[in-house]
Design a protein around this ligand. Sequence first.
Ligand SMILES: [Zn+2]
Length: 408
Amino acid sequence: MRRASKFFQLLFIAIAFYACKSQKQLTSQSINQQKADSIALAEKFGEIDSSTFMVDKELEVKVDSAAIKDSLESLAKLFEKDTLLIIGVGDIMMGTNFPKVDYLPPNKGRNLLDGVRNELKSADLTFGNHEGVILNDGGEQKECRNPDVCYLFRSPEYIAQNLVDAGFDVVSLANNHAGDFGDTGRVNTMRVLDSLGIHYGGLLMKPYASFEIDGTTYGFAAFSPNSGTQSIIEIKAAKEIISHLDSLNDIVIVSFHGGAEGKDHQHVTKETETYYGENRGNVYRFSHELIDAGADIIFGHGPHVTRAVEVYKKRFIAYSLGNFCTYARFNLKGPNGVAPIVKVYTNQNGEFLKGTIIPVKQIGSGIPVVDEEKVVIRYVRELTEADFPESEIIIDDEGNINYIQSEI
Ligand SMILES: [Zn+2]
């Protein structure tokens, strides 16, 4: 499907190229003719001003050259750009003005991502889970069943600019905080992201998105067990969305917010997980079935700790990307305070080629910086060896995820 459309794109460029070229020849010929005629006419009247024609001719050639250069560059890009770099990170909450403004970072959060900005901006596409609502004030506060474990996140609108400045292209809104301030919060979050050109999905109001970046088309959908979001439990409906996105796009990226939380739940059980009496999904079955339906990359999060990674049917799955940039209101102790930036390299079909884990730790109230001790690389390696010994990947000390494909 997409290869066919690329073929027609190439064909179009080729036709445009030759049309340009022949137009240039015609234009040059007619200019020469016009010039000769005019000079002859001017000589007849004793006035020769050939410079005018020279300028016209040069201008004409210049315009044609630019068009041809553009066509050739696009053509070269399509042939050369066979590897995509897609980055995923976990939970992002850059400060909340609820219940008080003390939970907001200094300088409007502009420096929060300074330590990781270059890495985040290095990709063709960068994804993160936006945990909370973008809303300056008001909204319908969610009622908490258990006040001990209930936090509401309302980030002021100015903070969202930091996502743009760090290179984020798409975020998930399927999580347990997207409904913290009711529909007012949901609608405003979408409005602000729209205004910034950041794609999103996961809400029942907008479960998925299709968009294009640098000539590659992406489908994105996000899922969670939480009300108001596209369900991680209803796998059949999820697969229908993925099949639809797969029919339209080159690469399909799935985000899920699922699984039990905390340091006691770092392993992928391959069974349905419950936490605080809530069904948090069977993230293993969900991921595999969605890849069967056409998903290319799966970025999981929600447990607040990092979990294993896996390659299934040549497609990459990260089962939990942990707390990435979670300011002021999060437990950042031990495994909760480290997280990966996962760099996934794929071909244009979304097949996994290799990966890299950039190890990050949060310092202060929740500021991600590159972790020189590389703690999270060890976590991911040990968890992957324990939970997916059959997976054909080897993670080295530097965080390289090497794919050891068996002969088929
Ligand atoms: Zn969450």
